[in-house]
Design a protein around this ligand. Structure first.
Ligand code: SAM
Ligand code: 2KA
Ligand code: SF4
Ligand code: MG
Length: 247
């Protein structure tokens, strides 16, 4: 059983769109948004996946209860069928933190590949959770977004050195840092040096949930990327459709 976020009160958040961020930006992709997270970023644009009134216990894989208006429980086979029915041959698993439901995701992706054959599968992850061993070999690309101090998470929860080292050693992983202020680059440089990450695998992305904020921050963030040899990524979906569920 998978716990998904919802668009309207009961519709699971499964939708075809364009990858809006990072190394695959612009590519037609189907998104599956899982519920729940192990972190709590101040500026999270999908806090409805994890900020529940009166109950914020962390999710553990295999729990089969739906308790909040923003969640729906579906069988893995049903999710696979919904993804297979949409056009794209690329899948982006996101959330919330999708790796909290790794075992169920492995069953879903295996079922999808049975239905549709080869599929490119990306995971959006905060980089603090290890992929389930059954899921790991089914993933083509990890979009790892480690959370800096301005996210408001304790570093002891958000930046797990062994986990970041494992992603740094994995050629499938790209690193996508959310940047709110110029000085945030210092923390990025420290992490990149500590884990010997090539700049060509690093993306800097402005924090923002509207076009005007993204554009204003892009002006100085682009210069910082050029200076340090990092990739810049915008948030294409925000410019095209705004901060809207299901896009
Ligand atoms: C909602 S998260 C879900 C996946 C995973 N929990 C993570 O943080 O990577 C998807 C992406 O959106 C980014 N994000 C969330 N809120 C944002 C904001 N206000 N501005 C810019 N990026 C944001 C995250 O850093 C992450 O790269
Ligand atoms: N179009 C689009 N691209 C995205 N790339 C990463 C997203 C996410 O929320 O993880 C996202 C999203 O929500 N929409
Ligand atoms: S880790 Fe991702 S889903 Fe969780 S609070 Fe941060 S941005 Fe939101
Ligand atoms: Mg998003």
């Amino acid at each position: 059983m998978l716990t998904l976020a919802t668009t309207t009160p009961s519709e699971p958040e499964i939708f075809a769109s364009l990858q809006g961020e990072g190394a695959s930006v612009g590519k037609p992709s189907t998104f599956v948004r899982l519920s729940r997270c192990n972190l709590a970023c101040h500026w999270c644009d999908t806090a409805y996946t994890w900020r529940f009134s009166g109950d914020n216990r962390p999710h553990t894989d295999g729990l089969d209860f739906a308790r909040e208006a923003n969640q729906v429980k579906l069988e893995e086979a049903e999710v696979a069928q919904m993804v297979a029915a949409l056009k794209p041959d690329r899948l982006v698993l996101t959330g919330g933190e999708p790796l909290l439901q790794g075992a169920a995701l492995a069953r879903m992706v295996a079922a999808l590949k049975e239905l549709r054959g080869e599929f490119h599968v990306e995971i959006e992850t905060n980089g603090s959770v290890a992929p389930h061993p059954a899921l790991d070999p089914l993933i083509d690309q990890f979009n790892v977004s480690p959370k800096l101090a301005h996210s408001g998470n304790p570093a002891s929860l958000a930046l797990i050195p062994e986990r970041l080292a494992a992603y740094a050693a994995d050629p499938r992983a790209f690193f996508k840092f959310v940047i709110a202020e110029r000085s945030d680059i210092e923390e990025v440089l420290g992490l990149v040096a500590a884990h010997s990450i090539l700049p060509s695998r690093v993306f800097l992305m402005p924090e923002g949930r509207d076009s005007a904020t993204l554009r204003a921050r892009a002006r100085w963030l682009g210069d910082l990327c050029a200076e340090h040899g990092f990739n810049f990524t915008d948030r294409l979906h925000i410019h095209l459709w705004g901060d809207t569920r299901g896009t």
